[in-house]
Design a protein around this ligand. Structure first.
Ligand SMILES: [Zn+2]
Length: 368
């Protein structure tokens, strides 16, 4: 596992690249022994205990929590849930692959892919990837998410009270599951959820919106509670709509115009306890898992590379990159002195870590 952490911290991107930097006893100082071969690493990952990797992620969380490094957001613990497809191929496949038929000019072809649902904990500038669950063949994403949540709530019962998710999760089983476990949801509401959407919009027309602010945007907010037009959900729900206007400078003319966009969320959070502004801020924070999670994992950490095509190995490499990511960000946001960090980007620190790893290789090559 240490070898795999170095693979990610050096941002190497493949086992072949790993091979080039781990020869010549370069890492003896860190590992206390010679690094194993990359073939061994692939084999080990196919049988590695995912429970142990999850215990490692949990350990990092507990340490941060004890050090009061995970403050609540507006008084609440927030987590984000979303699905992500880690790779697709027409070639090799394994027992963990999902499959779909793709219509090409040359005819229909079966494509294989892996998909996981991930849970990210958000605490200000620090975001932790707590866990993931692979989607199984024939299963929909919400079913995968519920299996993930069951495990996460067992391991992290008090880490968060609110789960943010996209429109796909506007489903009664999802909201009911959270309510039954004393948790809440903020979910994008689309017009496919006809009755609730139309009832809420009807009520919005009768209300005077409140003025609000989100970042640089002027907002108009509508907020209705006690809606029972979604009878499959065990409790009445609340719907919040935010119409947001921000200035846009036209590149051609230099003129400033405005642009208005609108969002609607459904939530189980009570309006007596959670103000509209919090629902709007968390509604937008849902994108953090895309922007700071999946995007960075793919482009910064090579997390979508298949290091070994085997269901256990795919899951274990992802859990390891979660650990590498969490330790990196905890160090960056909670350990590094602001005076040292000032003006230096995340990319700078990532390169510095990689440079240190390559530096050990340089020393080993020069003095075999
Ligand atoms: Zn596969």
């Amino acid at each position: 596992m240490q070898t795999a952490l170095i693979l990610f911290w050096a941002r190497l991107g493949s086992l072949n690249a790993l091979e080039t930097v781990q020869r010549d006893g370069a890492w003896k100082r860190w590992l206390g022994r010679e690094a194993g071969s990359v073939d061994t690493l692939g084999r080990v990952y196919a049988t590695l205990s995912r429970e142990e990797l999850r215990a490692g992620l949990h350990h990092v969380y507990v340490r941060l929590k004890r050090n009061k490094a995970l403050p609540a957001l507006r008084g609440w613990g927030i987590a984000i849930l979303d699905g992500h497809e880690s790779h697709a191929t027409y070639g090799r496949h394994c027992s963990g692959c999902l499959r779909r038929t793709v219509h090409l000019e040359s005819g229909d072809r079966v494509q294989f892919y892996h998909r996981q649902v991930t849970l990210m904990l958000v605490s200000g500038s620090l975001r932790l990837l707590l866990d993931l669950e692979p989607q199984r063949p024939g299963e929909d994403e919400v079913a995968t998410a519920l299996r993930l949540l069951r495990r996460v709530l067992g391991a992290y019962p008090r880490a968060f009270q609110v789960v943010l998710a996209d429109g796909l999760y506007a489903q009664a089983p999802f909201l009911n599951f959270l309510l039954a476990h004393g948790k809440h949801a903020v979910v994008v509401l689309k017009d496919e959820r006809r009755d609730l959407y139309q009832d809420a919009c009807g009520l919005f027309r009768l209300m005077t919106p409140q003025n609000g602010r989100y970042r640089s945007r002027h907002c108009l907010w509508w907020d209705v509670s006690g809606l029972t037009s979604w009878p499959q959900v065990t409790e009445p729900v609340r719907v919040v709509r935010s119409q947001e206007t921000d200035p846009v400078r036209r590149a051609e003319s230099g003129e400033t115009t405005t642009q208005t966009r609108e969002w609607i969320w459904v939530t189980t959070l009570p309006s007596a306890v959670v103000p509209t502004a919090s629902v709007v801020h968390w509604g937008h924070a849902r994108w953090d898992i895309e922007n700071y999670g999946f995007n960075e994992l793919v482009h910064g950490w090579h997390a979508d590379h298949i290091y070994k095509h085997d269901p256990n190995a795919v899951e274990s490499f992802l859990l390891t990159v979660f650990l590498a990511y969490n330790l990196f960000h905890a160090w960056l946001t909670r350990n590094l002195q602001p005076s040292v960090q000032r003006g230096r980007t995340q990319v700078f620190w990532a390169r510095l870590m990689a440079a240190e790893i390559y530096g050990a290789v340089a020393v080993a090559i020069r003095s075999p």
